[in-house]
Design a protein around this ligand. Structure first.
Ligand SMILES: [Fe+2]
Length: 506
């Protein structure tokens, strides 16, 4: 056991002004890091000695508290590289977002926080490679959809042990509903979230999960939201029931604020009222660009009343947008200018066409890119016309795993393949899952561009080199009980220079 003085070596010796005294350790929500640059990273924590306090305060008084941070070259903090102090304020639920610079590119670091005499757990992070560096490989994991009431977050525990450089989270970090489930993980608060207090308590509950904390502490995360951080299937200024106005605007303000408070985002993503800058680009040397897109804030409302539709003409209307004009040109320009080998698009709802109906009739989901088919064609045509090679889309939302070719014309298997999409399943949403299900059978039969399907829970890890891309679908056999083992259900390969799935080994 280290003495306090030894354990906190390197923190400033002088007591910080207004140094608080805590009855309980306030670091109950763990630590995180995010949005790595070649020379820097965001360090996150939030003070919450009583995380589930019903007023959303986390048990903190209504005053600002100084929080010290340290980042070191070794896990025992013998070589502290940078340190500083941040004011954690009640306005931001005592969240800390320390943006650290001056670090070495492509290097592992360890970080921790101190408030009063209390120390946080230690997190590990990694800076991005230098812009002109060509790392031998980049390994990242991606995940989405963690309904707390549906299952344990065991998959996150395994992701923490997979030694990835980066985790990309594609949305549904929380679920806003009041579902109770049947495994003793009922949502708090008990009802659907609407107010800032509701969302703050919900995040505190999710972030108290030790498996989620382990995954955050093991690698930097890049996060983007989907629908359940606010309301199922919301679109721009309309909620999932197509109701907008002041009530939904206020809900959006509250939900985005709570999302920011609980994620390792940069200040550039701090919400301004109901708006939040989430689309952004991260570079991993000359090997990979991550184009993080936002498919919720700028989209047109779902066509034909949402749901699954046959013969919905509106989905083919070129005036309808998924990304909004500004983001769409930012994306296409960034893809065509990219010096990187792999152009990754971190996306929420799947881009591949998915006919849900056996036989010649086609039925499509209106919330996915199928409901915005003309916008999808415009994007994929843009990718093709600009000669963008090695275009790979990673996606969440659907609670099933699919590897697919992205086609110039999905109804013509002979048409050009423009890129590859890896859809990865949920962490826990949907419960235990299965190897295959009826819908998966229909999908594989009706959609020849789909090359692999599975409906177990888990996540994906991707290993990129200059020559090839490998996605490992990591699955757990159950989530309704803790401690499931993990295995690789399939590895799916793409060859650089050849768009589409090259090989599936399972
Ligand atoms: Fe989901």
């Amino acid at each position: 056991m280290l003495t306090f003085a030894a354990a906190t070596a390197g923190f400033s010796a002088a007591p910080v002004r207004a140094n608080p005294v805590f009855r309980e350790n306030p670091f109950t929500l763990g630590v995180a890091s995010g949005d790595p640059l070649p020379g820097g990273v965001v360090l996150w924590t939030r003070l919450a000695p009583e995380p589930l306090a019903v007023d959303g305060s986390g048990g903190m008084a209504q005053r600002a508290v100084p929080v010290e941070w340290q980042i070191a070259r070794d896990p025992r903090f013998r070589q502290v590289e940078r340190a500083g102090t941040v004011r954690a304020t009640p306005e931001l639920a005592h969240a800390v977002h320390a943006e650290v610079g001056g670090l070495e590119p492509g290097r592992e670091y360890w970080y921790r926080f101190r408030a009063g005499r209390e120390l946080s757990p230690v997190g590990r992070t990694r800076t991005a490679p230098a812009a002109d560096a060509t790392p031998e490989q980049v390994r990242f994991g991606f995940a989405s959809c963690q309904n707390y009431a549906d299952g344990y977050f065991t998959a996150f525990r395994h992701l923490a042990e997979d030694d990835v450089d980066l985790v990309v989270h594609l949305g549904d970090y929380i679920y806003e509903g009041g579902n109770v489930g049947s495994i003793g993980r009922a949502h708090l608060p008990a009802a659907e979230c609407f107010s800032l207090t509701d969302y703050r308590v919900r995040y505190s509950q999710y972030k108290s999960d030790p498996d989620l904390q382990a995954s955050h502490a093991a690698a930097p995360w890049v996060v983007v939201l989907d629908d359940h951080e606010i309301d199922n299937n919301w679109a721009d200024d309309l909620d999932g029931g197509d109701v907008g106005g002041a009530e939904f605007a206020a809900r959006r303000v509250a939900a985005l604020k709570a999302y920011y408070e609980n994620t390792p985002l940069r200040r550039t993503s701090m919400p301004s009222g109901p708006d939040m800058q989430l689309y952004r680009r991260l570079r991993y040397g000359t090997l990979a660009d991550f184009n993080v897109v936002d498919t919720r804030q700028y989209r047109d409302n779902q066509a034909c009343g949402d749901g699954r539709r046959i013969d919905c003409e509106d989905r083919l209307d070129p005036a309808r947008t998924m990304l909004g004009a500004a983001q769409e040109s930012w994306l296409l320009d960034g893809l065509s200018d990219a010096p990187a080998t792999w152009k990754v698009m971190a996306n929420q709802i799947f881009m591949m066409q998915a006919d849900h109906e056996a036989g010649p009739v086609q039925a499509f989901g209106m919330d996915t890119w199928d409901g915005y088919a003309a916008a999808r064609t415009r994007l994929l045509d843009g990718v093709r016309e600009r000669g963008v090679d090695n275009f790979v889309v990673i996606t969440g939302d659907a609670h099933r795993s699919v590897a697919a070719d992205l086609k110039a014309n999905f109804d013509d298997p002979a048409s050009a393949t423009v890129g590859t999409e890896f859809l990865a399943t949920s962490i826990s949403s949907g419960g235990d899952g299965a190897d295959q299900d009826a819908l998966g059978g229909v999908w594989l039969a009706e959609n020849p561009h789909m090359k692999f399907h599975n409906v177990q829970r888990g996540y994906a890890t991707c290993t990129l080199t200059a020559d090839s891309w490998r996605t490992d679908y990591r699955v757990v056999p159950y989530v309704r009980r803790p401690d499931a083992p993990v295995s690789t259900r399939a590895s799916v390969y793409v060859e650089a220079g050849v768009p589409g799935v090259a090989q599936v080994s399972s």
